[in-house]
Write a protein that binds this ligand. Structure first.
Ligand code: CP3
Length: 327
């Protein structure tokens, strides 16, 4: 490939008129559970932007339903969980993911997307990492201080580890079913793990994330992504992954050095830069490409997902800029 490959987290979403049009006709959960619409949204975004990979349209929280969690996406509020896991007894009520086909709509969306997508464009499957899923399950939605999550973790390590292990066993089955349906790589989103101290990450999270990554079908590349992880990068590397996702709070060259040049890195433009004038956007993207020093193994991406109001033309300009860059 003559240029650095680029795709963008949350590239199919509300900033795009084509998405809003499909979304106007259904709820978000119905869209996720409708394979032909999910495939359409996935393919449209990848083709419109001219990116080098597609990510299957789904959500990290879909797996919570078969684990026994009641999930809703409330208008304007984001995810709401009606029966959060707060006490050790709540952990006992969780269900094992016995039947991986409870998420059969995701695999069907993958099959349809794979057959509609150009053969040279890889399709990425994904899941939430155990900590980020556990945080939604305990908080019942988004959170600032992760009070319920950390309280369970500190007060009853046994219940915490039991919950994390149950989630992790489900994730291994889920990712491998996505692989069987036709994805070329998988990504773990540990979006909220940056709230932890390095010691707590090592004790309460690392073994579980590691067990998920070790359980992925051999030979399939794993992207291990988190945000606010500048102090956790070495530990994330230890947990595993062929590609480590970096957010913008760390320089790409420094982050890469710390995880080691024997793994690939993905990142790390601040998604808010997409709101800037295009010459600023180009300058910021160039700085990241320069830090990669032309080394193989850099996948250009944002440091977190595209924000809802992002101008589409700037996203397209970014992709063109990365493709046109010659170091
Ligand atoms: O990247 C893609 O294009 C694929 C689709 C994708 C979605 N969610 C669609 C979505 C992916 C990869 C995700 C992952 C996801 N979901 C994460 C990890 C990534 C991250 O940003 O940290 C998280 C934390 C979630 C949970 C989630 N889903 C939240 C907090 C929200 C509400 C906030 C928001 O951004 O709207 C969602 C809803 C959601 N997931 C939407 C989309 C397109 C918007 C729903 C709508 O259309 O109203």
């Amino acid at each position: 490939m003559p240029y650095t490959p680029v795709w963008l987290m949350r590239q199919a979403g509300r900033y795009m008129p084509e998405y809003r049009e499909v979304r106007a006709r259904t709820t978000f959960l119905e869209l996720c559970k409708n394979p032909s619409l999910a495939a359409e949204v996935t393919v449209t975004a990848a083709e419109r932007l001219g990116v080098d990979a597609a990510i299957i349209f789904a959500d990290i929280l879909l797996i919570l339903e078969p684990l026994g969690i009641e999930l809703e996406f409330a208008k304007g509020e984001g995810p709401v969980i009606h029966n959060p896991v707060r006490r050790p007894a709540d952990v006992d009520r969780l269900r094992e993911l016995e039947d991986v086909n409870a998420l059969g709509f995701v695999y069907e969306a993958i099959r349809q997307t794979r057959s509609a997508l150009k053969p040279n464009i890889p399709l990425i499957g994904f899941c939430g990492a155990p900590f980020t899923l556990a945080s939604y399950m305990t908080e019942g939605g988004g959170s600032k201080n992760y009070l319920h999550t950390k309280r369970l973790m500190y007060d009853d390590a046994g219940a915490w580890h039991a919950m994390m292990a149950l989630i992790s066993r489900g994730l291994v089955k889920y990712l491998n079913a996505q692989i069987e349906a036709g994805v070329q790589a998988v990504q773990l989103f540990d979006s909220w793990v940056g709230c932890l101290s390095p010691d707590d990450y090592r004790e309460f999270v690392l073994p579980h994330t590691q067990s998920v990554i070790r359980g992925v079908t051999p030979g399939v590349p794993v992207i291990h992504f988190g945000t606010g992880t500048a102090t956790l990068l070495e530990l994330m590397r230890e947990a595993g992954g062929d590609v480590i996702g970096l957010d913008w709070r760390v320089r790409l060259d420094e982050g890469w050095q710390r995880v080691g040049h024997d793994v690939a890195v993905m990142g790390n433009l601040d998604p808010v830069v997409l709101f800037a004038k295009q010459d600023v956007l180009r300058e910021q993207a160039k700085k990241i490409l320069e830090q990669a020093e032309g080394r193989a193994g850099h996948i250009f991406n944002l440091g977190h997902g595209i924000l809802p109001e992002t101008p589409v033309e700037n996203v397209i300009a970014l992709v063109e800029m990365v493709h046109g860059y010659r170091g």
